[in-house]
Each structure stands twice: as structure tokens, then as C-alpha cells.
Design a protein around this ligand. Sequence first.
Ligand SMILES: CC(C)(COP(=O)(O)OP(=O)(O)OC[C@H]1O[C@@H](n2cnc3c(N)ncnc32)[C@H](O)[C@@H]1OP(=O)(O)O)[C@@H](O)C(=O)NCCC(=O)NCCS
Length: 195
Amino acid sequence: MFKSMRNRLLPHFGGDPALTRTDLRLKVRALTRRDADRYENHLLRLSDEDRRARFFAAMNDEAILRYTRGRDWNSSTILGAFVNDALRGAGEIAPMSDASRVELAVSVEGPYQNVALGRLLVAALLVEARLGHLTEARLVFLRENRTMLELARDLGARLTPQGGMIEGAVALDQRDPLPVRPRLSERPQDQSFPS
Ligand SMILES: CC(C)(COP(=O)(O)OP(=O)(O)OC[C@H]1O[C@@H](n2cnc3c(N)ncnc32)[C@H](O)[C@@H]1OP(=O)(O)O)[C@@H](O)C(=O)NCCC(=O)NCCS
């Protein structure tokens, strides 16, 4: 699943697997309540069209403020893409009623689109979901959203049109045990982990 995405992602960053360039500092990290203003300002910088594509409805500034100020920071995970310390993209993992599945939503500010930040965020969200032992992630987007359609196709998502929307279901392979070290406090006393 990630191989084709990686092949498409790297050329945008000069093929450098570390995704670094001297004049560009790119960082992806989870947002916390302390980032509430940054997240709000990022969403406010989205164009009307991008707001509609993200929220499936017209969202004026007041509606964005209602959304950001009413959100429960414990109920979902948001990953932020920072370019030179400014939040330019965000991806959210929201739980669905079935606990093994989640819905993903992404946004990248206009001037920063088409350099693979969207792909990077979706990839990071999928890794996060997989580490959380989830089995399926869903990307829901407007039918006319060609960018998301390409992205979902690249991921091998099972696409189901639903009215004006398309739902893309990405299966998260959980067959292999994940090479994740348990947290220090969870490690059995007699077990040692080579570094
Ligand atoms: C969707 C979104 C997150 C994508 O972010 P992005 O950083 O521009 O995406 P990427 O650069 O990773 O990928 C864009 C790809 O789509 C392709 N693309 C863009 N417009 C396209 C079109 N009309 N038809 C086909 N492909 C298109 C680009 O060529 C690029 O492919 P490439 O990597 O092979 O060159 C961004 O456009 C956005 O925030 N849109 C508004 C919110 C939204 O739609 N969210 C999704 C629903 S939750």
C-alpha cells in the first residue's frame, strides 16, 4: 500500500527520503489542545472551496470558529504538517461507531497544495491507525474532488459512490505483528530490548 505512495511522494521532495532541505523545515506531529489557535487559523486560511471540500458544507468564519472551539480534543487525533514552524496542513482521525474503523479528513492550505503534504498526512494517519490496531480507515470526499480520488486510488481504497460523495475504504493490514516496542512501563521486568 505504501510503496506506490512513497514512489509518488519522494520526487516532490527532491527524492530525499529524510524529506529535508536546507531552506525548508518540515515537521509532522500530533496537535494538542495547546495548538487550538494554530489549528483554527489554519482552517480559517482555507479558501471557501477547500472548506466545502473538507466539511461538505459552506463554512463561513463563524462556522469554523464554532467547529474548532466546540471540539473535544480527547475524542480524535489530529496530525499537523508544519512548514518552517507554521501549521499548513492537518489530518484528523475520527472514530466511527464500529471501534475497529476510523474516518480520516485532511486539509492543506492553497499555496502549499500539490507538493505532497496531503499524501504525507494521509500516510501518517494510516500509520497512526495501524499502530492503533485498527482494521479499516475511511476517506470520505465530494465526488468532484479529483485530488482525493487520485489519492484514494493510489492507496488501493475500495471506492463506493454515495450520492454526491465517494467513500474510500482502506484496509489496514494487521496480519503481521507490529514491530512496536511496548512502553517502558509495560515491559516485563525480565525482558531486555536491544537498542
Ligand atoms: C485534498 C488535499 C488535502 C490534497 O492535498 P495536497 O497536499 O494538495 O495533495 P498532494 O500534493 O499530496 O497530492 C495532490 C495530487 O493530486 C493530483 N491532482 C490535483 N488535482 C487533480 C485533478 N483535478 N485531477 C487529478 N489529479 C489531481 C496532483 O497532481 C497530485 O498528484 P501527484 O502527487 O501525482 O502530482 C487538499 O487539496 C485540500 O486540503 N483540499 C481541501 C480539503 C479537502 O478536499 N479535504 C479532503 C476531504 S476530507
